[in-house]
Design a protein around this ligand. Sequence first.
Ligand SMILES: [Zn+2]
Length: 415
Amino acid sequence: MARRSAESVRELAPAPRSRFELPRSHRGVLAEAERALAMEHARALLEAPTAPYAEDGPIAVVRAFAREHPELECTEDRHANVILRWPGTRHTKGPTLAYSAHLDHPGFLYAQKRRGAHEATFHGGVPGRYLPGARVRFFDCATRTARATACVETVRKLGDDYVCTLADVAGALGPGTFGMWDLTPGVVRGTRLHARVCDDLMGAAAILSTLAWCVRTRQSTPVVGIFTRAEETGFVGCLGLLRERGLLDGLAVVGLECSPRRATAKVGHGPVVRVGDKQSVFVPWITERLHAAAIDLHYVHNPFVFQRALMDGGSCESTAYNAFGVEAGALCLALGNYHNCGPKDRIAPEFVDWNDHEGLIALMLSVVREWNAPLESKMLPRLNRNWSGEYNRLAASARRIRAGVVSRRTRKRSP
Ligand SMILES: [Zn+2]
């Protein structure tokens, strides 16, 4: 019998199973072919392991998508943020619509072996009490294949990060690996998608679906897709992009996110026109355009529903874009188990409603179609409808109310 090395004494347990199947029940806001493509894009991204500073997997998916769609211009900045551009078939005036999403998710970077124990640092917003006892799967940065599994034993805070010692190690854990919670890449149950990462690979998937549609239908409007890195550690990838500026000239950004659900933005109640986040409110004219597109889509396609809310459970890159003078608004999906924080302080899959995701894509297409339509033509007719519908009541009651004022004045003036 061959001798095994000390590092591979125990073999890796198989990864948790996934099931990427379209739910049977849906709102019919996307054609069947579009739905199938949406699932393909989501699956490709969700199966790619990721962590802050280890976005190699989802970036490979975005690059492969760019190769399959040579009509898109692909640019990468020196921080490895990726920008895809559909040039459109007509020259248009005004800012170009850009959708932006981040490719990382809170996770581990392998650090070292100290006093006989493996250590990894954890990056991203998860309270420390969730970490001890949670299972982690480590992947090779270069090949993205699973290399080891382990369990978090102890946790200590170091600056903004946690340093964790690992126990119950199986496989070959070592330098050049990064870790994610050992949870399913994705399982559809009912209409919900449960996954180790929804935030924000689902946002990135929505952009791929939108760009593929732009290419296929040869949209006249130019559309840009921005895929950023290291959002979970303070928008760092996005800040790199903003500091270079040149690549963002002439863009108006719509940040896409999976954001913690609120009382006013529930999972399964449609995509969210996000008016702001924990730190700021977003640019009114972009928010109004997103809202107008959502209302129009609801008028032509009644089953489409949406929500409008301040999603103050987290901050998003739109705050960073606006702070640097690149105008931004936002759309998002309401998210359950934000950053894998499940009930009873246990790590669990995040979840979104798949039909909200289809609604988000339908809304993004609607925004593309209407991007260059004059905005006043949407808001003013709506207000004018209110005016003409209610005018008679307003006028009659005004006559009554003002008659009282006039007669009092008249009395006062008369001697
Ligand atoms: Zn996010």
